[in-house]
Design a protein around this ligand. Sequence first.
Ligand SMILES: C[S@@+](CC[C@H](N)C(=O)[O-])C[C@H]1O[C@@H](n2cnc3c(N)ncnc32)[C@H](O)[C@@H]1O
Length: 236
Amino acid sequence: MQRDSIRKAFDQQAATYDEQWRQLAPLNQALHLLMGSVFSDLPADAHFLCVGAGTGAELRFLADNFPHWHFTVVEPSAAMLEVCRGHADKAGFAERCSFHRDYLESLADSADFHGASALLVSQFILQREARVGFFRDIARRLRPGGILASSDLSFDRESATYEKLLEVWFRMMRGAGDIPPGELERIRSAYGRDVAVLPPAEVEAMIESGGFQPPTPFYQAGLIRGWYAARSPQGQ
Ligand SMILES: C[S@@+](CC[C@H](N)C(=O)[O-])C[C@H]1O[C@@H](n2cnc3c(N)ncnc32)[C@H](O)[C@@H]1O
């Protein structure tokens, strides 16, 4: 999707996003739980970069579990960021956050962060070079050895099992709540067109080309995969 369409799409979803995901929360909870362990060796006062924070699901988890971390929260959709800021205010950790309502490249290039997350974000970047550039923009803001946790929809859509898994994935979504008629068909055709659902090996290669050591897969649930990777020594 083009950047303007992405912003617009998430601006429109912001008010209902948390409710839409509420029934699928166990998927997020497992991802966050494992991600917390990925980052548990970071310093108690770490600086953390949360890219594509949306309404702040992973931010809330990390802020709860790492009470002295400082967060830079990057989110291009103003409406998503406002919901996120509201949650941070309510939960009392907003003063540990700096909010950046834009894409990452306009954030000062400080190489200051001990860790970063980008959960369900890079999949919206359709061109390979731009997606590698997204990971590179994160890598060069990390300290040497800094760690990224990233998740995306990822599967080999040419494989014989793709349609089978997709059927289960959509059954889960249908079971999760009120989905307007036609919405699942719209989502199905968006996979591969507006959302770059690529085989895991291709996503791993892009993370590595973006300046990281070979990523370690740490999570898989249905179509969602998660990896973590340390910045490679030359990841600038
Ligand atoms: C599917 S939501 C995920 C939100 C959150 N990370 C979560 O797991 O709940 C994707 C978010 O990434 C943001 N986004 C899309 N493309 C982005 C990009 N290139 N850089 C930063 N954020 C982006 C969108 O505005 C949206 O809020």
